[in-house]
Design a protein around this ligand. Sequence first.
Ligand SMILES: Nc1ncnc2c1ncn2[C@@H]1O[C@H](COP(=O)(O)OP(=O)(O)O)[C@@H](O)[C@H]1O
Ligand SMILES: [Mg+2]
Length: 383
Amino acid sequence: MALVIHEDTAAPLEAASIQRRQPVLAILTIEDDLQLFRGNRGNFSDIIAMGTEFGFLVYVITAKQLKLRRKLLDGFTYNPDTDSWEQQKFPSPDLIYNRIPLREDELQPEVRRKLAACHRHPRIQIFNPSFFNKWSLFKWLRQSRTTSPYIPATRRLLTVSGLGKMMLKHKYLYLKPVSGKAGKGIMTIQLQPEKALPYLLKIQGDRGSTTYNCGSIGKLWSRIVKESSGERYIAQQGIQLAAFNERSFDLRTLVQKNRRGQWDISGIGARVAGSYSITTHVPRGGSIEDPEKLLVSVFGQDEARKLLVKARNAALIIARQIERGSGRRLAEMSMDLGVDILGNVWFFEANSKPMKFDEPDIRRRSLERIFHYSQYLLKQKGL
Ligand SMILES: Nc1ncnc2c1ncn2[C@@H]1O[C@H](COP(=O)(O)OP(=O)(O)O)[C@@H](O)[C@H]1O
Ligand SMILES: [Mg+2]
């Protein structure tokens, strides 16, 4: 947009004050005794590089280094020439991108206090307020008529009678830690009433899964209690996922706010389960695939296309409802969606700190969108 300057006013001064200062974004993480700070360094250096393309100054800051009253802060930047991270002074950020990598770290009292102060801060905008927990997600999504059809029946796993009630309705269940990730601690139960030992319990381990056959629900329950080692769990209706070469798969969707501040799909990838695995995580033998190819192989071309549209729409509706439920402004999330053998779409979980997507086009868009949304936030603030 052209700036109209009248000859008779103090034009140069005005022009200078109108000129915008370089926007500053800090990637927030947590300090580490051995390696300065925690988090995925490759991800952080990619974000810094993309920010530079967008004209931003981007640096990494730890919760300890973040002093909201100071104008100059210590932080880290990546030097590609020496392939090392260097500490420098940086101006206080306009935006904070929360990438604290672990739930436990985010729950430390000093970190919580800092995050709360960022939320209250009149100038600084923070996005990715905190991790989600699986139980809250299901509570929020059940509340709305638009999202409830995508939600498998879910309850907290508290008592053996609760589990028994659930097994009356569903012969196949997933048990998942409320604060779990990467498949850790996940178990499945299959009820096979015709068998002498009717309860088949599978426990996801680091190398494949272990199976137990239990004769009674009481025996099943004691095994579950032993295996869940004090973690809080949910029990969830198991979905018969569509499969490719007898391996089930699910859709990993990345949803981010775009340059207009609206939820948008950045990409959909697919993960195929490893053999003998009850989850599709790549570190557990899962593999990355093209979602269209998988869906076409199961449902044919036309239906596959419709299913992808359905999955995209579901992801957008779900993201909006999660944001409403959380009561916080969110900027991005990844979502695990399942497609069952009948072509229904199901929601398994959303993660507010999405991991790097390996698909190059999704990866690039995910980095660009961080800055598109940042630009939107700055514009909203009139900066
Ligand atoms: N109710 C379910 N029915 C069928 N498969 C499920 C169910 N819940 C989870 N899964 C499978 O297990 C994977 C991991 O579950 P998820 O809820 O994403 O836990 P995590 O946080 O450990 O990733 C999913 O991506 C999906 O493949
Ligand atoms: Mg998951």
